[in-house]
Every structure is written in C-alpha cells, then in structure tokens.
Design a protein around this ligand. Structure first.
Ligand code: SF4
Ligand code: SF4
Length: 99
C-alpha cells in the first residue's frame, strides 16, 4: 500500500487507498481541509491570554504558534470542527457562520 500519494484531479481510483484512508503521518500540510468548512473560528486577540491550550488540540495546522504565542487562524487548514473554541478557557474563540 502506498503511504504517500498526491490526491488531485489526475489520480485514478486504483491509486487511492482503501476507503480513502490517509496512512502516512505528519502530512496535514498537504491537505487543505479548509475547503470543507461551513463554520469558522474567529480569534478575539484581546481576550486571549496565550495559554496555548487551543493549538495542540487542533487536528490540522490551523493555529500557528511562534515564539510561544499563537497567531490568527490559517483558514486554509481549518475545517471548522470547533474543538479550539471548546477548550479555550476565556472564550477568545467564537464559532461563526462561514459564508
Ligand atoms: S475549528 Fe478545528 S480545525 Fe479549525 S482551528 Fe479550531 S480546532 Fe483547528
Ligand atoms: S485557548 Fe484561548 S486563551 Fe488560550 S491561547 Fe488559545 S485562544 Fe488564547
């Protein structure tokens, strides 16, 4: 079974893994999961205390951390799951409709 393949409009069904499973690890950067989103998190920087609880629970690469501080969301990768908003202790993340 192939561990790393490029999934795009040129791929044939024979090349896709059974069930479309992603078997390789560390490859979130290759998948722009923001295409799936119907709601999106909005970062309210004024409320954020930089506790960094949100960044490790994000299943994608949507919460950048640099020099010990989180930045604004990278929507290209955010699928709108809302986990980050659930764990934020100070409600610095609000989920809103993504039109
Ligand atoms: S909504 Fe989900 S995917 Fe988007 S930043 Fe929050 S945890 Fe990550
Ligand atoms: S969990 Fe909330 S307060 Fe903590 S870094 Fe993330 S947005 Fe900021």
């Amino acid at each position: 079974m192939t561990n790393k393949i490029n999934i795009d409009e040129t791929i044939s069904w024979q090349e896709i893994t059974p069930g479309g499973n992603v078997c390789a690890s560390g490859n979130s950067e290759e998948f722009h999961t923001g295409d799936w989103r119907t709601i999106k998190p909005v970062f309210i920087a004024d409320k954020c205390n930089q506790c960094l609880l949100c960044a490790p629970v994000c299943p994608d690469l949507a919460i950048p951390v640099k020099d010990g501080k989180r930045g604004d969301f990278i929507y290209e990768y955010c699928k709108g799951c809302g986990i980050c908003a659930k764990v934020c202790p100070v409600k610095a993340i609000e989920m809103k409709a993504d039109n």
